[in-house]
Design a protein around this ligand. Structure first.
Ligand code: SF4
Ligand code: SF4
Ligand code: SF4
Length: 442
């Protein structure tokens, strides 16, 4: 790998922070950066290309939009306005902002779900370059999608298929590598099965039977929409109950019994990808004390943001009024989706695998991790016990810890490990040549 030059000012700042972030970004070499760019681009295109295409297209189509805006103006004075209703008004607004060159506003307008009616109309013209390519890729999966969903494949089906295929293929690789280790084999089989059945096949089959798509392996706070008053009107009662019971009964009970690992290393799809596709990058996690300090600030900040946003949506839904407050809450939810769900969890969370290790999102952002971590430290029986007398300080445990925990220092001191971030992957135990570490309950 190529060693990149380091800006002394930034490097000094990074040293003061005590973190290796700057090194993470400058010493991964050409291969690491290339892989990161591929992952980042894939997520960015998947999430945002449709909106960007619609925006660019509308800007290019001023000749079409200008007469449309005039026509809609004329229609407003007659009965046509009633017939066209909200779609006409939206089209007019979008045409106006695009014509005035207010690109940012136009872009935001396109992100509003109501505007999708008009955006879809633009898309039907099939002139969008990037999103049309994605549609073309997705079309290859139409036979499978028709078989299990009775509908054509879209970008999310394509994404789910690629994600599941990676978890299974890289899961087989991981399983073979650890075929003599029962714990690693069992949890790898578990994440492969959960991803394939609960996160890919079952949601598709629900669509096949005309039910609403639902992911049984995710719940609040990872899925904001699964714990709201409207959850009970938007989803079948059994699904809504499942989501609430998982969040508020299963999470504390199972975490008490098994620690965070029951979810993060056996069930969650993000953990599944991190432990399979991300396995070659696990050594890249920053082990410094300051990284640990930053992690505590960021992960609990995202949790606080999630709790506040959920409360705001709750209040808004109870009020049931579409006023300024409602619009503001709606726009907050949109920005949360843009920055946290798509930007942080998706683009950075996976795109940074080759730069900062596999668990960037799990470590620094996941609100579910924050809740599970609090329960693990203050409530759970789970801990990693150490037999310090046997430790030869080889450091394999720390090097392989995907959550950046300096396991060796605990082992050498003979201390049990009970850290909020530990996902119980057991790799530290598996790589230890002296059998010093053991996952278990107190
Ligand atoms: S930390 Fe969050 S995203 Fe990562 S495996 Fe756990 S619950 Fe899933
Ligand atoms: S301390 Fe061990 S079990 Fe916990 S996350 Fe690190 S490697 Fe996995
Ligand atoms: S891998 Fe085992 S022997 Fe090596 S430092 Fe860790 S606990 Fe000690």
């Amino acid at each position: 790998m190529l060693a990149a030059t380091t800006n002394p000012t930034i490097s000094h700042f990074a040293q003061r922070l005590g973190m290796n972030f700057w090194q993470s970004l400058t010493r991964r070499g050409i291969l690491g950066w290339s892989l990161a760019l591929v992952f980042i681009s894939f997520y960015a295109i998947l999430y945002w290309s449709y909106d960007m295409d619609a925006y660019v297209y509308a800007r290019q189509q001023q000749n079409v939009l200008a007469p449309l805006a005039k026509k809609l103006d004329a229609a407003r004075s007659g009965n046509l306005a009633a017939r066209h209703g909200i779609e006409s008004q939206i089209a007019h607004v979008m045409a106006s902002v695009a014509l005035k060159g207010e690109g940012q506003n136009a872009y935001h307008a396109y992100l509003l779900p109501e505007n999708r009616v008009f955006v879809d109309r633009l898309r039907n013209l099939k002139t969008q370059p990037v999103s049309a390519v994605i549609e073309g890729w997705a079309a290859h999966l139409n036979p499978l999608s028709q078989l299990i969903r009775r509908s054509d494949a879209d970008r999310w089906f394509l994404y789910g298929f690629i994600y599941t295929a990676l978890v299974v293929l890289m899961g087989i690789r991981f399983y073979r590598r650890w075929r003599h280790d029962k714990y690693q084999k069992m949890r790898t089989l578990s994440v492969m099965a959960v991803q394939t059945v609960l996160s890919f096949l079952l949601p598709s089959l629900l669509i096949y039977f005309n039910s609403k798509e639902f992911y049984f392996s995710y719940f609040w706070p990872l899925k904001l929409d699964y714990f709201l008053p409207s959850t009970f009107s938007d989803y079948p009662r059994a699904m809504a109950l499942w989501a609430v019971m998982m969040s508020f009964v299963a999470v504390p009970v199972l975490t008490y019994l098994f620690g965070k690992r029951w979810y993060c290393s056996w069930v969650c799809g993000c953990g599944a990808l991190a432990n399979t596709m991300g396995d070659p990058f696990r050594q890249l996690s920053d082990k410094s004390e300051r990284a640990w300090a930053v992690e505590r600030v960021t992960v609990y900040s995202v949790l606080a943001l999630t709790v506040v946003l959920t409360a705001l949506i709750f209040i808004n839904e109870f009020r049931g009024v579409d006023d300024e407050f409602g619009q503001w809450v709606f726009s907050m939810k949109r920005w949360y989706g843009f920055f946290i769900s798509a930007g942080f969890a998706g683009v950075i969370g996976t795109g940074f695998y080759p730069l900062m290790g596999t668990r960037v999102w799990c470590r620094f952002g996941c609100p579910q991790a924050a809740i599970l971590g609090i329960l693990q430290v203050f409530f759970s029986k789970f801990r990693i016990t150490t037999n310090g007398g046997q430790c030869i300080a080889c450091g394999s445990c720390s090097a392989n810890c995907e959550m950046g925990i300096d396991v060796r220092s605990y082992a050498m001191a003979g201390e049990d490990i009970k850290r909020a971030s530990c996902v119980g992957c057991g790799l530290c135990m598996s790589v230890c040549p002296r059998g010093v570490l053991r996952l278990g309950n107190s």
